[in-house]
Design a protein around this ligand. Sequence first.
Ligand code: UD1
Ligand code: CA
Length: 478
Amino acid sequence: MSQPIVVVLAAGLGTRMKSDRAKVLHEVAGRPLVVWAVETALAAGAGRVVVVLGHQMEAIRTLLDARYGAGRIEVAHQPEQKGTGHAVQCALPALASEPDDRTVVILYGDAPLLRAERVAELARAADRSPAHIALLSTRPSAPVAYGRLVRDGEGKLLRIVEHADASEAERAIGEMNAGFYAVRLRELRADLASLGSNNAQGEIYLTDLAERAAPRGGAAVIDAPFDEVTGINDRVDLARTEREARLRILERWMIEGVTVADPASTYIDAEVGPIGRDTWIGPGVCLRGKTRVGARARIDTGSVLTDVEVLDEAMVKPYTVASEASIGERAQTGPFAHLRPGTMLETDVRVGNFVETKKAHLMPGAKANHLTYLGDVSVGARANVGAGTITCNYDGFAKHRTTIEAGAFIGSDTQLVAPVTVGRDAYVASGTTVTKDVPRSALALSRVKQVNVEGWADRFREAGAKRKVNRASSKPDD
Ligand code: UD1
Ligand code: CA
């Protein structure tokens, strides 16, 4: 079979979403609905993908061009949304050069969970059916406002009646139109031209193709599980689909050898991966964006990683929040670490609790274990950054860099006023404010010299106690 042509209908605003954003730009598992549909088409081996756009066409086109390369996904314009049948009419000029015997698969852009195998199954069924059309049906367990499949006594599909147009008796039909079709171009061209809009919504319904096909033997119907074909019309559907997508994504990773301790509370976005074998993911973890995780890593409870690279055997302890960062082999972060964009932790680095990093490069074995801010900094191999260290990287106008060279030791409660360099193996005493470069192997010390006054504390307390007694006895006794 030749590569199918897939048309994705995505022009609608999605009134029921009550949103300023076109419906197909809403996301499921971090991926816009329109991208789910295009991914399904491409995974099914589509030669051409034509997306029909109307609302927010330019934003959607830009997104598709950025992701797939300019023009790889073709766009047809539906200037006014006059119904699903009209939307396909708008795609026909793009297919003008295709021969009459090609089969076109039509997907709705608001139904993200269709499996790619179905596309091929649909196309095959259309090729085999005498009417050269096939569609997916579904039997939801709870009632939904979908089109109903009306069959005759022999089971032949006579027509699809939209919920808005259906009689009570028709609404009782459990077999619904899932909204996916495969049609030979000859029939598609001829039948689309004949569709009217004499119905409750005054729209040109694509579903009327079923009625056209009835005299030719009827459309072939393939039943699909509701979970796979659900269309998203409102935010309740969005959340339900999100849950389904999430479980599907988690199952995929579990099958690939990743332990997910609590699938009910774990969120892994569609674009995340790969995730290596024997990696353990704890409850409440969110992996977002283009996060990648190596093998035998541990990502513990409540960690939220966005566009992060986690290498083999890294240990991301609970409540690590990181974005656009790299966590090296066997590196450890958290609990409660905040790795901001431009953080690069190399092998065996440790970043402990209440440490915030930004544009920070920590070289192998470097440590910053407690209560520290590291911004615009490079920390050399094996350097140790003590508790309460702050890089003062911002003077209110510009950012400045701090360099801590290999093996340096930064004592607790140090401020490094950038730009500044602490040389290799140098030692910064606790409580120092470093404003000048520290030479290699030197000690930097900026604290005020300590004074001890013998017996001072005892005298202070005695004097204080006396004052208290005097005050009490001088009070008028009323
Ligand atoms: C549609 C079907 C219904 C089916 C249901 C399954 C029709 C008439 N009805 O109803 O039988 O049970 O899907 O989910 O087809 N679109 C356009 N241009 C338009 C109108 C719609 O591109 O003029 C796009 C939308 O952006 C959307 C898709 O087509 O992605 C479906 O449209 P929608 O309005 O959601 O159809 P439903 O009412 O859900
Ligand atoms: Ca819909």
